[in-house]
Design a protein around this ligand. Structure first.
Ligand SMILES: Cc1ncc(COP(=O)(O)O)c(C=O)c1O
Length: 375
């Protein structure tokens, strides 16, 4: 029997899985530079861990300058792209000095660039000029973009034409073709110009659109960008395993209720395992029927509501060799984070990003040994 000496919800992070997934990007998009998306603390995996594993990348992509600063503070010199660009002239100047390439998606940013071109250009930085090709989130309309491109070029800037898909996860969605045609039309008008439009799903869908830079996010972390294709089928490996331990076992009779709200009533004498993890750690509360954890390779269904610090699973059909102290996998190889997300009516991205500080982080190097351990 394993002794539990402290409460230990934890994530184990695999360098070899991350490197495998990165190599998948290289294999699927062999002619493009790769901008690894490490925004939102590397999709919740920890930026330090991710940067260390992704040293062969051509560039990193982040959402804001504070994330970019972190990359430099940790000593990484690769190009960094700010995918929302800067939020003030001061940030533009800092980006120019720190060598962060900026997306320009609105007129104010065009003005800031035109007002302060020198350091940016001296450092050979390109402007990622963003087209609103139909997602209607960020980006200039086609006619605005052409005008901005002319002005920026006249001021000496080099450009990358960029956009983002709204439905790359649904390849035959009609908006995709509309976005592609708008993008290609603009690209043709601005030739010669570098281009970038592919996130993970688009990388798989449209090799002909890889262009100069691809921007993988979720595929690096081993979750699926699609609703209906599992990560395994795409030869992606989960980087994160969320684990905890069994800290109690209850033997309850038939017609007993379990947990808050008494939402579950036993229909048979039940051996109930109590796992030390809950929504206070980031495990989702709103789970629908059918979610499970894995213990010693066996699937144990969740019973009743997930509480802040604990959840209950059904051990009745599992071997009696399962005891207090045993390791429990909440997501990783099985179940996948995508499966748990589905049971929660969300996507793997969200679950990965919303783990709380209480969860210990254990980074494993390529040989599987502990590299970094938090708290
Ligand atoms: C502009 C941009 N490019 C690339 C990505 C990466 O997307 P994914 O994680 O689906 O690969 C994102 C993520 O939201 C993004 O906003």
């Amino acid at each position: 029997m394993t002794a539990v000496t402290k409460r230990q919800p934890r994530i184990e992070l695999s360098t070899s899985a991350l490197q495998h997934n990165f190599k998948r990007v290289r294999k699927v998009a062999p002619h493009s530079k790769v901008v690894c998306m490490v925004k939102a603390d590397a999709y919740g995996h920890g930026i330090e861990f991710a940067l260390n594993a992704l040293q062969d990348t051509d560039a990193f992509g982040v959402a804001c300058i504070s994330e970019a600063r972190q990359i430099r503070q940790l000593g990484y010199k690769q190009p960094v792209t700010l995918i929302e660009g800067v939020f003030s002239p001061a940030e533009w100047i800092e980006a120019s000095q720190q060598q962060f390439e900026c997306v320009v998606h609105q007129q104010q940013q065009v003005q800031w660039a035109l007002a302060h071109p020198h350091t940016y250009q001296k450092n050979n930085l390109k402007i990622w000029l963003k087209l609103n090709s139909g997602m209607n989130r960020l980006g200039l309309q086609p006619d605005e973009l052409l005008t901005a491109a002319l002005k920026l070029r006249a001021a000496g800037f080099e450009l990358v034409l960029t956009m983002h898909f709204a439905n790359a996860d649904v390849p035959d969605h009609p908006l995709n073709q509309q976005q592609i045609q708008t993008f290609l039309h603009l690209k043709q008008q601005l030739e010669p110009i570098e281009a970038s439009c592919c996130n993970s799903a688009a990388i798989f869908n449209w090799p002909e659109l890889h262009f100069n830079y691809v921007r993988p996010g979720i595929m690096l972390y081993g979750a699926s960008p699609y609703d209906n294709i599992i990560a395994n089928k795409l030869d992606l490996r989960p980087v994160m395993h969320l684990k905890s331990n069994l800290i109690a076992i209850q033997h309850v009779n038939v017609e007993q209720v379990i947990g808050y709200g008494s939402r579950f009533t036993t229909t048979r004498p039940t051996r109930l395992g109590i796992v030390a993890i809950g929504y206070g750690d980031g495990y989702p509360r709103a789970l629908t029927h059918g979610a499970y954890v894995s213990i010693q390779g066996h699937e144990a269904p969740l019973l009743g509501r997930v509480s802040m610090d604990l959840l209950a699973v059904d051990l009745t059909d599992l071997p009696t060799s399962i005891h207090i102290g045993d390791e429990v996998t909440l997501w990783g190889d099985n179940p996948s984070v995508d499966l748990i997300a589905k049971h929660n009516n969300t996507i793997g991205y969200e679950l990965l990003c919303r783990l709380t500080q209480r969860v210990k982080r254990i980074s494993l190097n390529a040989e599987g040994n502990i590299l970094i351990k938090s708290n």
